[in-house]
Structures are given as structure tokens and as C-alpha cells.
Write a protein that binds this ligand. Structure first.
Ligand code: FES
Ligand SMILES: [Fe+2]
Length: 377
């Protein structure tokens, strides 16, 4: 395997890690970051201190204090700065050292830690963890404009993030992994898959012959790790639903999905999805340890979809040697995804620019609604 074909390792300095760090990422749930209560979080294999200053804005700085390395997340928030618990050095959200109380001749101007741009959006704290100029923040008008009920949650998965990203290109798995639910949703037929590269990533469609339900699922896979799925309505549930997921690496062997789901009607606005009990990851572990079969789980269990995906993904191993895969024509989305990533990582390795990935400013749903209106006129 060439270094530019390693998409799994994401530590600082790795090619895939450098690539992902070019994009804003959700790093935690906003409401879990109370003012004055710093938290230690792990993203992309690194620890950070997240804190919310008196101004209310979130800040993300490196967790290790540069003095003698204790965690800044153990300290205090003062104004819009965080003060170290050990000897009181203080830092602002940009990583500048603003105080060294025990130093008679302060050398604070020489001390700088990582401080990353951060903001709240759609229930999550997003951060830009890369170097250089901060890219424009990616807004999602499909969600911003909705008057419907939008739920968000964060869901850890015990495997490498790229397994989860590949699954987003895998329309066939629905037929097997989610068989119990798919049959009900009119997705019981194997789809005809089409994929193509777009300005933002990959457009994927899975067409099934129409048996009275509208059964073409469209997904926009936005580089590097964001899925947007538009699921058509069925005769039972005529409204389209929207699903967004960011597949964010925590370490090389664990990732978290940050998920947004919109449901037509209700007008509930932005709501946190309640925790699923029992925890899907506990059930996943039971299945992987052979204590229970995934096929025997209660079809009414709210965490079933997550467990089904987790089992298929973590069942590959936490991190996988992809050279052993046998890919077929139904894997064309995964083949295209790997080709694009290899091309981008090779550009980074060669010191060349990566593609200017960008999504359209206008809503994908507006386009979809217009298509439907035209078809009906
Ligand atoms: S370790 Fe943070 S001030 Fe000493
Ligand atoms: Fe799935």
C-alpha cells in the first residue's frame, strides 16, 4: 500500500489527518459545554480543552499546558480565557498566553499554544483544527430554512471512521443490515447504484423499480466525511426526510457520528435526541462477543439501526487491511471514494493543492422540490 492509500490513520502529520484538518468538523454537543466548565475532548487522535467563555462563545485550545503539561481542562475559565489549575498560566481562545503569575519576568509573549476557530451550529460545537487560513464556515441551508423538527445527537462507533464513511457509499447494505426496517420502508429491492464525482464530493443514487412507493434514495457525500441523505416519502409517510451525518475520527480505532435528522411537521425546532437505553454500543459488544445474535434483537428497540450498522462496521475489526477486499460492481461508490481520497492524499504528499471542495450555497432540497413540481406540472 502506498502512503497516500492509507485513509485510516489520522494523527497530526499523517496524510489523511492533514486532509481532514482542511475542513470544519463538529467536535461535541453544544449544550454539554456549560459556561465556565472546561471539558477535555478527543478528536483526530488529539486532546483539546473545550470551554465557553463569559461572552458565551466556545473555544478550543490544546489540552496540555505548555508549562509542565497538566491538562488545561482541569482549570478555571476567567473572562474568555482558561487558567491552568497547576500554576495559573492563562490562555485566550487563540492560544496566546496572557498571564504567568509566578514569573517575575514574564515570558508569556514567547509562549503560544494551539487555539482553534470554533462556533456553535445546529446543536454542535464545530472547530477548524487545521493550520493556515480558516476556510469559510459551511452552512447547511437545508436545515437552516426548515420549520420542521430537527433532532441532533452524537453517537460513538467502535471502529475507524473510514469504515463508516465507506458505509455511506454502500446502498446495498440497507437490504441486509437493515433488513427488518428496510422492508417496511419499501426498500426491500436491491438498488441500481449510480455514483459520480461532484464539486462537493460524490453524488450517489440508489434506484429501485417503483412499486407504488417512491424508492430512489439520493445521497450527497460531502468531502471529507459528511453524508446528506434525502429519503423519499412512501405511501405510508409521504414527506421527504433529511439526514445528515459527520463521521468524525476520535482516534484511529474509534469514531463518532454527529447526526442531524429532520422530520416534516411538528415545528419542534432544534431538539437533542434523547439517549437510547440500553446503549447501542453495549448491545453491539454483546453481539460481537457472541452473547446475543443481532437477528434476535427486538425489532422495536430504538437503537436497532445503530446496532445493525455498528455490528457490520466493527465486525470488520477496528481498523482494516483493505488490500484483502474483493470489490464488485456494486461497490462502485466505495471504489470512487477510494480513488478520490488517494488522488487528494497524493496531491498533499507531492506538495500540490487539493481540489477546492465546495457545496452549492443554495439548498439541495430547493432543487429537489423544484424537480418534483416540474414533474407534476
Ligand atoms: S502546568 Fe500549567 S501553569 Fe504549570
Ligand atoms: Fe446503515
Amino acid at each position: 500500500m502506498q502512503p497516500f492509500e492509507d485513509f485510516a490513520h489520522i494523527g497530526a502529520g499523517t496524510l489523511a489527518g492533514r486532509f481532514i484538518r482542511n475542513f470544519w468538523q463538529p467536535v461535541m454537543i453544544s449544550e454539554d459545554l456549560g459556561a465556565g466548565q472546561p471539558k477535555r475532548i478527543q478528536v483526530l487522535g488529539e486532546f483539546f480543552t473545550a470551554y465557553r467563555g463569559e461572552g458565551g462563545a466556545p473555544h478550543i485550545v490544546q489540552d496540555a499546558c505548555p508549562h509542565r503539561q497538566t491538562r488545561l481542562s482541569l482549570g478555571w475559565v476567567e473572562g474568555d480565557c482558561v487558567r491552568c489549575f497547576y500554576h495559573g498560566w492563562m490562555f485566550d481562545g487563540e492560544g496566546n498566553c496572557t498571564e504567568q503569575p509566578a514569573e517575575k519576568d514574564s515570558f508569556k509573549d514567547k509562549v503560544k499554544i494551539q487555539g482553534h476557530p470554533a462556533r456553535d451550529y445546529l446543536g454542535f460545537v464545530f472547530a477548524y483544527l487545521g493550520d493556515g487560513d480558516t476556510p469559510e464556515f459551511p452552512l447547511f441551508p437545508e436545515i437552516d430554512e426548515t420549520k420542521d423538527t430537527v433532532t441532533y445527537n452524537q453517537h460513538p462507533v467502535p471502529c475507524n471512521y473510514f469504515q463508516r464513511v465507506e458505509n455511506d457509499l454502500d446502498e446495498v447494505h440497507i437490504h441486509f443490515v437493515h433488513r427488518v426496517s428496510a422492508d417496511e420502508a419499501g426498500l426491500d429491492q436491491l438498488p441500481e447504484i449510480e455514483v459520480s464525482e461532484a464539486d462537493y464530493g460524490i453524488l450517489r443514487t440508489g434506484k429501485r423499480s417503483d412499486d407504488g412507493n417512491n424508492v430512489t434514495r439520493t445521497a450527497h457525500i460531502m468531502m471529507p466525511n459528511t453524508l446528506m441523505t434525502i429519503t423519499p416519502g412512501s405511501s405510508a409517510d409521504p414527506d421527504w426526510t433529511l439526514h445528515f451525518a459527520w463521521r468524525v475520527p476520535i482516534t484511529d480505532e474509534e469514531m463518532a457520528s454527529f447526526i442531524i435528522s429532520t422530520k416534516k411537521g411538528g415545528g419542534g425546532g432544534l431538539l437533542r435526541r434523547p439517549h437510547t437505553d440500553p446503549d447501542p454500543n453495549d448491545i453491539t459488544e454483546d453481539v460481537l462477543q457472541g452473547r446475543v445474535r443481532v437477528q434476535d434483537l427486538d425489532p422495536g428497540y430504538r437503537g436497532l439501526f445503530n446496532v445493525q450498522d455498528n455490528v457490520a462496521l466493527a465486525g470488520q475489526g477496528r481498523i482494516v487491511d483493505r488490500s484483502k477486499d474483493w470489490l464488485g460492481q456494486s461497490d462502485k461508490g466505495i471504489i470512487l471514494l477510494r480513488q478520490i481520497w488517494a488522488r487528494e492524499l497524493k496531491a498533499l504528499a507531492d506538495g500540490m493543492p487539493i481540489k477546492n471542495w465546495r457545496r452549492p450555497k443554495k439548498s439541495f432540497m430547493a432543487e429537489k422540490t423544484r424537480e418534483i413540481e416540474l414533474a407534476n406540472s
